[in-house]
Design a protein. Structure first.
Lengths: 179, 193
């Protein structure tokens, strides 16, 4: 078996995502805390022009983003693959009203996963997104992240649609289970 | 004598002004809102159960100079109870969450909800909201309480939660526009965004 690809300890792609948010005028960022999004969450929390909203469940973020758009602001929703399952019925709000909905989804359960409980939801992320009529942009390498984020943002706010930037588990690296 | 829901909605929205934005829950409170008079600044929900309070939060944060009232039912609030925790952390001063609580699911045949008998063991949403750190939590049981709540909505200056005890009745439906895209566009146009 091949050795797993090396993953940078402190990847810079979250900074590129933050810069993309700023260029796009994102003002509200909803999230359930997630290790893969930790750096992006930190950048957003440190920015006085971005309201960071910690959620109890990801579906709250779908409704939050709808409210933000009703009030003229752009929002983004950060989640782990498991969180997508929590959103499904609420996504009908975005579909019925054509609310722009930008989701950034960090993957679990697909690469070097220690926890088998992550696999059932992780394995159906792409088909679930497609069933919900979301446009899916999947980044596997660090240098793909920024360009795909730009395309997702154009789809979301240009066409008033749902789009997900799916961040593959190879990008994020293995979760360390020993202290 | 508990409050009648249609009259209570009309009382809360009397002379509402252009700066009050209203999001009902799906079902009975949506029909109550439509019955009180259509308005471009209403965002009616025909689905998204459990999402009303969070729509209100996103809207209140985006429009800090407007007042936002989410007026929903106990069943809808129970489904999205985590939103009270999220709102308790954010504390937007221009957001009010008003729950018309009759302890039943009116839209589906008056089955009891968790809040039934909240004076004697049922779930007390007022305590939930207070426990989530929402600063002003009011129980409204009569006309005087309703008048007080209406006045507080007019001069809203802090996150507010109110539980309005209403009768368990199911008045005739008054159906608003149900095309979500139309509702979204007219709401945004009214705000000029």
């Amino acid at each position: 078996m091949n050795a797993p690809a090396a993953v940078a300890k402190d990847p810079e792609w979250p900074d590129r995502l933050y810069e993309t948010f700023k260029r796009a005028g994102i003002r509200q960022v909803g999230y359930v805390p997630d290790a893969g999004h930790a750096r992006l969450i930190d950048r957003c929390r440190a920015d006085p022009d971005i309201r960071d909203i910690v959620l109890t469940t990801e579906e709250e973020g779908v409704a939050l983003a709808a409210g933000a758009w009703l009030g003229g602001q752009r929002a983004a929703l950060l989640m782990q693959s498991s969180g997508l399952g929590n959103c499904i019925n609420m996504l009908s709000l975005a579909r019925s009203c054509r609310f722009p909905l930008l989701m950034l989804i960090t993957m679990r359960g697909e690469w070097e996963e220690f926890n088998p409980w992550q696999e059932p939801m992780g394995s159906i992320v792409d088909p679930v997104l497609k069933l919900c009529e979301a446009e899916v942009f999947r980044a596997r390498k660090p240098d793909e992240v920024e360009g795909l984020a730009e395309r997702a943002i154009q789809t979301v706010f240009g066409d008033e649609r749902i789009a997900a930037l799916v961040l593959s588990q190879e990008l994020i690296g293995k979760k360390v289970w020993t202290k | 004598m508990m409050l009648e829901r249609r009259a209570a909605m009309a009382r809360l929205l009397a002379d509402r002004g252009d700066d009050l934005l209203v999001v009902p829950g799906l079902g009975s409170t949506c029909w109550d809102l439509a019955a009180a008079g259509d308005n471009d600044r209403n965002f009616y929900l025909w689905g998204a159960m459990g999402g009303a309070a969070m729509i209100g939060l996103g809207l209140a944060l985006a429009q800090p100079d407007k007042r936002v009232a989410v007026i929903t039912g106990d069943g809808e609030m129970l489904m999205g109870m985590g939103a009270l925790a999220t709102i308790g952390i954010q504390q937007p001063p221009n957001l009010a969450i008003v729950v018309f609580d009759n302890g039943v699911y009116g839209e589906t045949g008056m089955q009891p909800s968790h809040t039934q008998g909240s004076d004697s063991g049922g779930v007390d949403l007022l305590k939930v909201a207070a426990g989530c750190g929402i600063g002003t939590c009011l129980e409204v049981r009569d006309e005087a309480g309703l008048a007080d709540l209406a006045a507080r909505l007019k001069g809203l200056d802090g996150t507010l939660f109110a539980r309005v005890l209403i009768e368990a009745v199911d008045p005739p439906r008054v159906l608003p526009e149900r095309d979500g895209v139309v509702l979204k566009r007219r709401f945004r146009a009214a705000l000029g965004v």
